[in-house]
Design a binder for this molecule. Structure first.
Ligand SMILES: Cc1cc2nc3c(=O)[nH]c(=O)nc-3n(C[C@H](O)[C@H](O)[C@H](O)COP(=O)(O)OP(=O)(O)OC[C@H]3O[C@@H](n4cnc5c(N)ncnc54)[C@H](O)[C@@H]3O)c2cc1C
Length: 503
């Protein structure tokens, strides 16, 4: 069945895509998280549910959950149809292979101005811990290792200062940017005609500066700078805040640890937030319910899933545009389809090695790395629940190379990159976890979908404009913090507001 998910020209014939329930069972993981098994019942609705709900939410990721929660709190009747056997989507606690320790396979960090996800973490009693950010971090450039202070955390003292004027220009652009509507920027056509790498190359010919600015893309988006629109990246920087906190510091707010998007982790894993939200929603949640079609040709929209047919006065499609077009829409939505065809998920995986003790701290190292090492190019320490974990991202081309490799090969390669960054002690790991997102049937990669040049200016408004009774959520549709959990929550709140205004 295999589908090609990561070529910019990947086939979009949804009929060639094998739908089915993801083999991955979240139920076991949920038990391991201390959330009662009853909290996420694999509820199956009657094959034909005659009830007309106020809203059917398609997708039980953080955006769909946020929409459902807001609608339920407003007294509306709702069903959330989730393809997987678990809630949370790209936020997922994955147990280590041997000891079953919690690791964040997907979203992990929360930072300043990410108020919506922060508020939910507080509401559901999920403790946040500061990311370990003491000592020196590793900058890896073509096999050369150097160290820089983990705070402020940008390796700009290593011959990369030529990037500073470009970063200053990014700050100036962000200060006056139509966040969430990049197609409205006066220079939108110019910047959407080129890739991020081309935009950078127009501004500096210093190799290290180019590399650092390319890393900004691969670290945040898990794509290479030549794969997506410069306009998309500039919007992404500008979105790294909230309505009430203007710049400067967009660049560092996106990429830093202290004071930035990597500032805090959740004790017990970020997935505790969506799992507890779903538990509180109870019967509203319907699992194992991949939605195949949404038909608006009748009086009331009809949503057909593997768990039955549901009718709702309004529908929220709460997922990335890169996968939302796999649903059949009647009538067809050509403008939205054209937009979605231009979105591609990043390729990403996360590897975590567990140690008896945090030996890197003894060497004055923070456990953080940024650079062009392989296969793991960005690393962090995670000490939640008293564990001693070095986590490494596997990004873009490297993830693509290893998508189908035997797990032990990926583990061995990641450990060797840790040896290069931190020392031979890295080989003494006692446990590990590896999670590859690219073949996840209901994600198709991560952390976020980006657009090819030309897409936003041609079809951008279709990102959020409702199509009849269908409203669009998903972090990619958010204005602020698009690509992040916070953006997911924001998008769900917006979709709920639209529906409450319409009903
Ligand atoms: C490796 C990785 C690291 C990340 N790190 C961070 C981080 O540190 N901090 C941060 O804030 N964010 C991070 N993110 C991004 C964050 O996870 C996402 O922004 C956020 O979770 C997106 O939520 P969503 O609801 O928009 O989409 P999703 O989480 O993708 O939810 C969509 C849901 O829809 C379901 N679905 C799909 N198709 C169908 C269908 N046809 N029918 C029914 N259901 C369907 C899916 O199963 C899924 O549950 C990371 C993501 C990844 C993958």
């Amino acid at each position: 069945m295999p589908f090609t998910s990561h070529s910019a020209n990947r086939p979009l014939d949804r009929r060639s895509f094998l739908y089915g329930v993801a083999a991955f069972s979240g139920a076991a993981a949920v038990g391991a998280l201390g959330v009662p098994a009853s909290a996420t019942p694999a509820r199956r609705a009657p094959a034909n549910d005659p009830t007309v709900y106020d809203a059917i939410v398609v997708g039980g990721g953080i955006s769909g959950l946020a929409a459902a929660k807001a609608l339920v709190e407003a007294g509306r009747t709702v069903r959330v149809l989730e393809a997987r056997s678990r809630a949370g989507g790209r936020i997922h606690n994955h147990p280590t292979a041997r000891l079953g320790l919690t690791t964040d396979a997907g979203a992990e960090f929360i930072g300043p101005t990410q108020d919506r996800i922060d508020a939910l973490a507080h509401e559901y009693g999920v403790e946040q811990l500061p990311t370990y950010n003491t000592g020196l971090s590793v900058f890896w450039n073509g096999g050369q290792r150097s160290l820089f202070p983990s705070d402020p955390g940008l390796p700009l003292d290593l011959g990369t200062t030529a990037a500073l004027p470009v970063i200053a220009e990014i700050e100036a652009v962000c200060a006056d940017f139509p966040v969430g509507e990049p197609w409205r920027h006066p220079r939108a056509a110019e910047w959407d005609a080129i890739t991020w790498r081309e935009w950078v190359e127009q501004r500096t010919d210093v190799a290290n500066a180019r590399m650092v600015l390319d890393l900004a893309a691969s670290a945040a988006l898990s794509v290479k700078g030549d794969e997506f629109s410069a306009l998309y990246m500039l919007n992404y920087f500008a979105a790294s805040t909230n309505e009430s906190t203007p710049g400067p510091s967009y660049f560092s707010r996106l990429l830093s640890t202290s004071g930035g998007a990597q500032e805090r982790v959740c004790n017990g894993g970020a997935a505790l937030v969506p799992l507890r939200m779903a538990a509180a929603l109870g019967d509203v949640m319907v699992y194992d319910a991949p939605v195949r079609s949404i038909d608006q040709s009748g009086e009331v929209p009809v949503v057909t899933s593997d768990a039955g047919t549901f009718r709702g006065r309004r529908v929220v499609v709460a997922m990335s545009p890169a996968i939302s077009h796999r649903i059949d829409y009647t009538p067809e939505l050509p403008e939205r389809a054209a937009l979605c065809a231009g979105y591609t998920m990043g390729r990403v995986g996360k590897f975590a090695a567990v140690y008896e003790r945090p030996w890197w701290r003894d060497k004055g190292l923070s456990g953080q790395t940024i650079g062009n090492g392989t296969p793991s190019d960005v690393t962090f320490e995670n000490y939640a629940e008293g564990n001693h974990i070095l986590m490494g991202f596997i990004s873009a081309h490297e993830m693509e190379r290893l998508d189908d490799a035997p797990e032990q090969q990926v583990v061995d390669e990641c450990i060797e990159s840790f040896v290069g960054y931190f020392g031979d002690e890295a080989r003494g790991y006692i446990d590990h976890s590896l999670f590859r997102w690219d073949h996840e049937e209901w994600s198709w990669g991560g952390p976020v979908a980006t657009t090819a040049p030309g897409v936003l200016t041609a079809h951008g408004p279709a990102l959020r404009t409702p199509a009849g009774a269908i409203h669009w959520a998903g972090t990619e549709t958010s204005d602020y913090w698009t690509g992040y959990m916070d953006g997911g929550v924001r998008s769900g709140h917006r979709a709920a507001d639209e529906i409450l205004a319409a009903l």
